[in-house]
Design a protein around this ligand. Structure first.
Ligand code: IPE
Ligand code: IPE
Ligand code: MG
Length: 264
């Protein structure tokens, strides 16, 4: 994430594209929020006879590329699935490698992220992460909280079901304390208890590596997301692949349960 130092913020609150949006896209119909399930790191490494963890290392580069492009094109939020509540089931060495990788990358990139006005947050059960990583997360979140650029949400030890259960528990606590009437629990009240409370729902979900499932990601928030699945493995995800996803998104007609308008 290196870009020449700037005296004025590079990214605005309602971001104007920093770089021309490619002409094949309609700049007025970009998704406000893109979510991505970064899958296929292990297979990328296996194809090259490398250990799986090398795929994770290369995956970081793909994430940096994607964040840069989304930010440059004025997309408001990028939410990336980095580690699920189920990923603890992986071999211990792979889990420790990932935790160390998150820590190293965050320490290394924080300065540039901040300089570029990225607002970074981590979604998930953070208390189960290694203490060093938790501290870095807390300081990165604090340091970038007022930044005016893209919202970059990294889901780490995140599970959609767990997030829903915790929201339900918080609402139940408020009822038990007499602060909330159960009759006032509506969709808005529920969404306000989720970790994505101040974020619009994702318009587009991208999943790489050709798997047709959502693997416990953003179960509530993806209710009306358009889904783009590509065979590209995450470490190979690049501008071309993102353009294809955005083109696919712009080709969809979003009906939200309504009917298609009659064509003129
Ligand atoms: C995604 O790649 C990264 C994480 C889940 C941390 P994978 O590690 O799942 O790669 P594949 O699916 O085994 O190829
Ligand atoms: C989903 O990928 C989780 C992340 C990308 C962090 P997985 O590789 O863990 O998903 P499954 O096991 O194929 O469903
Ligand atoms: Mg996978």
């Amino acid at each position: 994430m290196s870009r020449s130092p700037a005296t004025t913020p590079l990214i605005q609150a309602h971001p104007q594209p920093l770089r021309a949006v490619p002409s094949e896209l309609d700049p007025t119909r970009l998704p406000a929020h893109v979510a991505v399930i970064m899958d296929g790191n292990g297979r990328w490494a296996r194809q090259r006879n490398l250990p799986r963890v090398m795929g994770h290392r290369e995956g970081v580069e793909a994430l940096k590329r994607t964040l840069r492009l989304c930010s440059d094109w004025g997309i408001g939020a990028l939410t990336a699935y980095a580690f699920s509540t189920e990923n603890w089931n992986r071999p211990g060495e792979e889990v420790s490698f990932l935790m160390t990788l998150f820590e190293r990358v965050l320490a290394r990139e924080l300065e540039a992220l901040d300089r570029e006005q990225v607002r970074i947050r981590f979604l998930g059960d953070l208390e189960q992460l290694p203490p060093g990583l938790q501290e870095l997360i807390a300081s990165a979140t604090r340091r970038t909280a007022e930044n005016s650029g893209i919202h970059f949400n990294v889901c780490t030890n995140y599970g959609g079901r767990r997030e829903l259960v915790q929201a339900a528990r918080r609402l139940a606590d408020q009822v038990a304390r007499g602060e909330l009437d159960p009759a006032n629990i509506d969709e808005q009240a529920f969404a306000a208890e989720l970790q994505t409370a101040d974020e619009v729902d994702p318009d587009l979900l991208i999943r790489t590596s050709g798997e047709y499932r959502i693997s416990n990601f953003l179960l509530w928030q993806l209710a009306y997301a358009e889904i783009h699945i590509t065979d590209v493995l995450w470490p190979d995800f690049n501008e071309d692949a993102l353009l294809r996803a955005l083109n696919d998104y712009q080709s969809r007609q979003r009906r939200f349960g309504g009917v298609a308008p009659l064509s003129a």
